[in-house]
Design a protein around this ligand. Structure first.
Ligand code: HXC
Length: 257
């Protein structure tokens, strides 16, 4: 497939999706959404890919939904096309997805990062939900995922004032997984992805599902889900291999499908 708004590249077992609308600071338009979803789904069903990285440029991960595309739309347009609902397919991807974020991650850019499983943030990364300044509100999960990530006090502050959060505050608040030097953020994110991609793919899928379950259900239900899934790992060759490798003091040789 040829894409126009993204670049895809596989390195080892890592599939990389680079947002590529530099003149618009990677603003997310409908074509870019369709291409990211399509590329992520293709990697997800490819057993040679064990982790996915989504990144932008050093200046901007993404400066939000494309305001020029949205500006002419009416309520009925938005409703009829269920505007931006297709982003929901990204969180159906079972392979771990790592956001490598540098520069602006604003509005839909911040929301896209939060749809990923791990956020590796460069020292120059800036997060925000500035929609309120445009007379709208977050529309791809910002009001919900940001609140779950950093709590109501800070989420309200961000969503109601539209202020930007630098990376130190973002890490303190629990929005990002790691802060790394801007010079190396993409390599650092790919290294994290490579580590994950070399583990058992079926087991990483289950681990991701277990953590994600915590965002949806009560603690008791989540614990029950976890225990059932934990028990089920004993039905896999990878449990046998992983534990045998430890006992025999050697590296495990996991399956990747
Ligand atoms: C369309 C955008 C854009 C956006 C930047 N550009 N952000 N185009 N949509 N979200 C374009 C600019 O128009 C400009 O192109 C070029 O990118 C460079 O931007 P500048 O503003 O000249 O750069 P700078 O002065 O460095 O400022 C960077 C910035 C600013 C602070 C990131 O661009 C900005 O505030 N952008 C909007 C951020 C925002 O409000 N995001 C939320 C969007 S709403 P031209 O050709 O004009 O020079 C949203 C809703 C999500 O995300 C929910 C949807 C369902």
């Amino acid at each position: 497939t040829t894409f126009e708004t993204i670049i895809t590249e596989q390195r080892g077992r890592v599939g990389i999706i680079t947002l590529n609308r530099p003149k618009a600071l990677n603003a997310l338009n409908s074509q870019l959404m369709a291409e990211v979803v399509s590329a992520a789904q293709a990697y997800d069903t490819d057993p040679s890919v064990g982790a996915i990285v989504i990144t932008g440029s050093e200046r901007a991960f993404a400066a939000g939904a494309d305001i020029k595309e949205m500006s002419e739309k009416t309520y009925v347009d938005m409703l009829s096309e269920d505007f931006f609902s297709a982003w929901g397919h990204l969180v159906e991807v079972r392979t771990p997805v790592i956001a490598a974020v540098a520069g602006f991650a604003l509005g839909g850019g911040c929301e896209l990062a939060m749809m990923c499983d791990i956020i590796i943030a460069a020292e120059n990364a800036v997060f925000g939900q500035p929609e309120i300044n445009l007379g709208v509100i977050p529309g791809i999960g910002g009001s919900q995922r940001l609140t779950r990530a950093i709590g109501k006090a800070k989420a309200m502050d961000m969503v109601l004032t539209g202020r930007r959060m630098k990376v130190e505050e973002a890490e303190r608040a629990g929005l990002v997984s790691r802060v790394v030097p801007t010079e190396s953020y993409l390599d650092d994110a790919i290294a994290v992805a490579t580590t994950i991609s070399e583990l058992s793919l079926p087991i990483t899928i289950l681990a991701k599902q277990a953590v994600n379950r915590s965002q949806e259900v009560s603690l008791a239900e989540g614990i029950l889900f976890e225990r059932r899934v934990f028990h089920s790992t004993f039905a896999t060759d990878d449990q046998t291999e992983g534990m045998a490798a430890f006992v025999e003091k050697r590296d495990a040789n996991f399956s990747h499908r």
